[in-house]
Design a protein around this ligand. Structure first.
Ligand code: ZN
Length: 294
């Protein structure tokens, strides 16, 4: 069986957390989950991800593979919770956490330097947990990350602040990915945090669903800070529709929203994106789901 030969498994995208780094009472931190049948692939572990998985009815113990886009705290802050709560929930197999270089170091540090006492306490003192079921950090390169009979995941470099005034030494360590899930002839692309770039366009090419970071409406880009953010750091309403249209995306899902007091700027954002893109458009709220029909 190949990735193209089993067209019967349902594919669903769960927008677990649609916010960004700023605390937002309306939105959890970045986390997207792609379900292929009863397999669940988690992308990023932002603030509240474990609670959001429970609300979505996704059994944490079923997680086997998760994927980290980059090492900003809003994307990895609750990695510990995914690792430990999935164990609580009955995970007896290793959890593999794929991500850019240094992911393995972070995953080892959480287990051996931050939560080592907690893990030993529960593992040795509460036999019901059956001993620690480890998480394995896996530093991956661009290209094919993982392939099973039902799905494969591809990573590509995206551009998230690389044009800012960082030292060459830092830039060597600042590697950011987006991902592309291919399953049964269907494609879900996860932009990660990025501005328009070649890697994003390769990932999004012909996607049935593109889960795209979009921090601001164009109407909100009113000062130098936001202009720099839209240029160097996060795609905004002025570009996401063009990217989706030019890549032939069927359904564009906008996530990684800034906190807002009301929906006025979301409506402005919708109108801006509509100028460039006439496919399905979802301005995602937490726990929205998108069925990927191909
Ligand atoms: Zn982010």
């Amino acid at each position: 069986m190949t990735a193209e030969m089993s067209p019967t498994l349902p594919v669903t995208v769960h927008l677990l957390g649609t916010g960004g780094p700023r605390v937002d009472p309306q939105r959890a931190g970045p986390a997207t989950l792609v379900s292929v049948g009863d397999e669940h692939l988690l992308f990023d572990a932002g603030r509240g991800v474990a609670v959001q998985m429970a609300r979505a009815g996704i059994p944490m113990a079923s997680l086997r593979d998760m994927f980290v886009t980059h090492h900003h705290f809003d994307h990895i802050g609750d990695l510990y919770d995914v690792m430990l709560s999935s164990w609580f929930d009955g995970r007896r197999h290793p959890l593999t956490i794929h991500g850019p270089p240094d992911t393995k170091r972070l995953v080892i540090a959480l287990q051996t330097q931050i939560y080592d006492k907690d893990i030993e306490w529960r593992g040795d003192g509460e036999p019901v947990f059956g001993g620690w079921s480890p998480a394995l950090g896996h530093d991956v390169s661009t290209g094919l990350v993982m392939e099973t009979p039902a799905w494969r995941v591809i990573a590509d470099n995206v551009v998230h602040g690389h044009g800012l005034a960082f030292s060459p030494a830092f830039l060597k360590r600042w590697i950011c990915y987006g991902y592309r899930v291919e399953t049964q002839g269907r494609v879900v692309a996860i932009s990660g945090d990025t501005v328009d770039c070649a890697g994003l366009r390769r990932l999004a090419q012909g996607a049935d669903v593109l889960v795209q970071c979009c921090y601001l409406a164009e109407a909100e880009i009113t000062n130098e800070h936001f202009r720099r953010l839209a240029q160097y750091t996060l795609a905004c309403g002025d570009t996401v529709g063009k990217i989706a249209a030019e890549c032939g995306v069927k359904t564009l899902v906008l996530t990684h929203q800034r906190p807002r007091r009301d929906d006025a700027m979301l409506r402005a954002l919708e109108a801006e994106v509509r100028r460039d893109f006439d496919g399905e458009l979802v301005l995602a709220s937490d726990l929205d789901t998108v069925s990927v029909t191909g």
